[in-house]
Design a protein around this ligand. Sequence first.
Ligand code: ADP
Ligand code: MG
Length: 237
Amino acid sequence: MSEQTSESTQEEPPILFLHGIERHYVQGDATLEILKGAEFAVWPGQSVALVAPSGVGKSTLLHIAGLLEHPDGGEVYIDSVATSKLSDAERTRIRRVEIGFVYQFHHLLPEFSALENVVLPQMIRGLKKAEAAKRATELLTYLGLKDRLTHRPAELSGGEQQRVAIARAVANAPRILLADEPTGNLDPKTSDHVFGALTQLSRASGLAVVIATHNMDIAARMDRRVTLRDGLVVELD
Ligand code: ADP
Ligand code: MG
């Protein structure tokens, strides 16, 4: 299955390409070398698990890929566009249009319903409410939340909240979804359900997905598995 995916997709350029990425943090007298020339490419419709111990640099890599942070060296290409020399406004535009982010904790707006949480980012992008609600309903239904549309986050289980967060992250049809250990507090069955739906969505819509996770069951569902070793991205199988 993964062979077929890479064969069929690698004729086109990667949607996300990290090239020679370096990142260090200065802490007092010490310099922490986190990324030392990392190379990482992800193609449309591909899902990749980033599996590595805590503190190794998973969040750093995702933040750089999501244009939330600048690397100290190297280049981030989004849809073949080199992003390092773009203005902040242009980087922000690319981030808004091309990239969805799911955080470890869902960050849903507590006073709004599941539906509204997925509608709002679309309206901010300029969609009419009716169109936004239609897409939000479709996405939430796809993720198994048809009967939870009017629930507020506090009235949803952890797995349901996480699915709303995923629906929100893909509401504006980004090309890339980056998820940073989004399963922290989910039981295995629930996370299996959530990430089964996500890989389906990825294959159906051409969305590229990168998930930092410690959960081996989720990693096994993805098309590829990579880790971080000595500041480099290494393919696991
Ligand atoms: P992971 O997500 O794999 O747990 P991170 O990318 O969050 O790892 O962090 C990698 C390393 O970089 C950790 O040792 C962390 O303490 C350090 N680090 C991350 N952000 C900063 C920062 N802003 N300043 C200093 N050190 C940092
Ligand atoms: Mg992290």
